[in-house]
Each structure stands twice: as structure tokens, then as C-alpha cells.
Design a binder for this molecule. Structure first.
Ligand code: ACO
Length: 324
């Protein structure tokens, strides 16, 4: 049989680190009030990174990809599939993936974006796994990359304190032993209004509001339940139980959602990988960023079983169980 396995991870954060205190001071200058205490208590976020104005998702993603390639001992020329999960692509088209491919100095292999907002990475990993198992690819780069700072309204304190920029990547290769054990993806478009950027381009203009809009409490209420269901589905599909999970690596949106999911899966909190404190919510980039941080710090080791799970705009959600 043919399976896929992660053979290398990498990530990249833009250098500018903005603490809650820095952000509070910046917002205060616009008459918007917030505080480190409020942000830490409600979300667990202490700092985030923001890209400079000329840096795009393909720039951040290319750097994360180079690091993942190095970790896997692969050259970009060996890659035969590139998938980028992003909701903040460089342009309306072409895809960030096509632009990123060129930045890696290669050409020819298929490259495309997956748009599932904060569930983007679990969607992209599932697509790459399916393409590898069917034989249409053998060495894939799967990347999550975002510049959410571009779509934040810094006059809206209920959203602008939550998000950050960054990228994470994995190299996924064909293997005789299973790495991706199971995945479970969902969407329900009736919830479009609780988390969206309604703006678009038409007639040469931006039409509608091009800022992120979120009903935080509605998102919160939906998130914990669907994440538990998706996690249980991948356990069942792979014949595993909660006790087999070495690390829970959820989308890093809010520490309370993450702890709520860990509790529902009866996992001790020390099995939860947390980077939201330093990264904020980086949407499709958050899971591969957290994975790479956990690999490089020595937490996640070869052979560990990882539960990756994401939830986001759409509404979309899903989980992937991985033998690392
Ligand atoms: N600083 C200070 N006060 C604030 C801020 C802020 N940044 N933001 C809101 N407040 C105030 C509100 O105005 C409100 O004041 P009021 O009571 O006087 O009206 C008070 O704080 C409480 O606001 P709530 O919205 O009720 O706060 P809540 O406890 O629900 O926390 C939060 C808000 C953190 C957004 C929470 O709802 C949440 O985490 N939701 C999930 C969001 C999420 O995870 N989204 C991402 C998932 S999908 C994706 O990643 C794209």
C-alpha cells in the first residue's frame, strides 16, 4: 500500500514582534482602549508578529518551505506538488502557491491554494495525502501562510488584538508505512456571517468591507463542539483512542477553546501544544507553526501520534491524525 508521511517541518515569523502593551499603546493613539490583562485573560495571547507592508504570504511561506525542505533533506527541485493554505493570498490571482513556487526557484509541478480559512492546513494536508496515496504526487510541500494584519480593522478592538502573521510548512512524502492515519473535514456555509471578510473587487474597486468581521461568541460556541466531533471521527477511522494521542496540536485561536477541546478528549494539559501566546491567531499558518515549534523544541518526536485540528470561517472544521 501507498501512504504519506511528514518528513520535515519548517516555519517563519516576520521579525516584528508586537506585545499586547505595544498594541495597546498603538490603539490608544487612535482612541481605542484595550489592555494586556484583557487580552491575556480572554485569549492567552501575549504577543504576535506583524509583517512589513511589502511582505506577502508567498514570501513568508517560501521561507517556511525552505526550512521544511532542509529538515527533510530535500531540494525544491524534487518537489512534485505545492499546496498553500491561505486566506490572505498575494493577489486575487494567481495563487500564492504559484508565486511561491517561483520564489523557490522551481517550475513545472502543480501548485494551488486551498481556501478554508483557519481550517486551511488540515484541508491542504488531506488533499496532499490523497494525491500522494493515489500516485499523482510523491513529494509535496504543504504550507500554511497568512498576513492577517492586512485585513484587520485597528479601530475594532474585538478582532484586531487576536491575529498575527506567519507561515509553517511540511514536506509530505510517499511511504510504505502510514503517516497520515485519518482525516475528517467539514463545512457548513450557513454560518458565513459570523466570520468573514465580505469585501471583494469589482469594476476596478474594492466593493464591501475588506476587514475581518467576527462574532466571537458565536464562533466560540460552535468551535469546541465541532472540534471534539472531528477528533473523535479520526480516532474511530484509525482504530485509535484518546490514550494514543501524544500531542494535541489545535488551531491556535484562543487558549480557552484549545483547553476546552483537550478537556473533552480527556487529555492532560501538558499534551497540548501552545503557541497562541507568542503567535496570536495566524489562521491557516497556526497548526504548522505550532508543529514546527514543537518539533524543534524536542517535544514532538519521531513515532509520536499527533492530533491536528482546525476550525474557522466558512464555517469549516476538521482533524487529521498523524503518525509523525
Ligand atoms: N480590549 C478590552 N475590552 C474588549 C476588547 C479588547 N480588545 N474586546 C472586547 N472588549 C470588551 C467588549 O466591548 C465587552 O465590553 P462590554 O461588556 O462593556 O460590552 C467585553 O469586553 C466583553 O466582550 P465579549 O465579546 O463578551 O468577550 P468574550 O469573553 O466573548 O471574548 C473573544 C471575546 C476573545 C473574541 C471570544 O469570544 C473568543 O475567543 N471567541 C472565539 C474567537 C475565535 O477563536 N476566533 C477564531 C476562530 S476561527 C479563526 O481563527 C478565523
Amino acid at each position: 500500500s501507498r501512504y504519506s508521511r511528514i518528513t520535515g517541518t519548517g516555519s517563519f515569523l516576520p521579525p516584528r514582534r508586537v506585545t499586547n502593551a505595544d498594541l495597546a499603546a498603538q490603539l490608544a493613539a487612535n482612541g481605542v482602549e484595550t489592555s494586556d490583562d484583557w487580552i491575556v485573560e480572554r485569549t492567552g495571547i501575549r504577543a504576535r508578529h506583524f509583517a512589513e507592508a511589502d511582505v506577502t504570504s508567498s514570501d513568508l511561506g517560501a521561507e517556511a518551505a525552505r526550512r521544511a525542505l532542509q529538515a527533510a533533506g530535500r531540494d525544491a527541485a524534487e518537489i512534485d506538488l505545492i499546496i498553500v493554505a491561505t486566506s490572505t493570498p498575494d493577489m486575487v490571482f494567481p495563487s500564492a502557491a504559484a508565486i511561491l513556487q517561483h520564489k523557490l526557484g522551481v517550475a513545472g509541478c502543480p501548485a494551488f491554494d486551498v481556501q478554508a480559512v483557519c481550517s486551511g492546513f488540515v484541508y491542504a494536508l488531506t488533499v496532499a495525502d490523497a494525491m500522494i496515496r493515489t500516485g499523482s504526487a510523491s513529494k509535496a510541500l504543504v504550507i500554511g501562510s497568512e498576513v492577517f494584519s492586512r485585513i484587520l480593522d485597528f479601530k475594532d478592538r474585538t478582532t484586531c488584538v487576536l491575529f498575527g502573521d506567519g507561515a509553517g510548512a511540511v514536506v509530505l512524502e510517499a511511504s510504505e508505512t502510514p503517516g497520515i492515519l485519518a482525516s475528517d473535514l467539514h463545512a457548513d456555509g450557513k454560518h458565513v456571517g459570523i466570520l468573514c471578510v465580505p469585501g471583494n473587487v469589482s469594476g476596478g474597486e474594492v466593493t464591501g468591507r475588506a476587514f475581518l468581521h467576527m462574532d466571537g461568541q458565536a464562533v466560540f460556541r460552535l468551535a469546541v463542539g465541532v472540534l471534539e466531533k472531528a477528533a473523535r471521527a479520526v480516532l474511530e477511522k484509525s482504530g485509535k483512542t484518546e490514550a494514543d494521542i501524544d500531542w494535541l496540536i489545535p488551531h491556535q485561536a484562543n487558549i480557552r477553546i484549545m483547553q476546552g477541546t483537550a478537556k473533552k478528549l480527556k487529555l492532560p494539559m501538558d499534551k497540548l501544544v501552545v503557541t497562541v501566546d507568542e503567535h496570536g491567531n495566524t489562521s491557516a499558518a497556526s497548526i504548522p507553526l505550532a508543529l514546527d515549534a514543537a518539533v524543534r523544541s524536542g517535544k514532538v518526536k519521531k513515532g509520536d501520534t499527533l492530533m491536528l485540528e482546525g476550525v474557522g470561517g466558512g464555517f469549516t472544521w476538521g482533524a487529521v491524525l498523524v503518525d509523525f
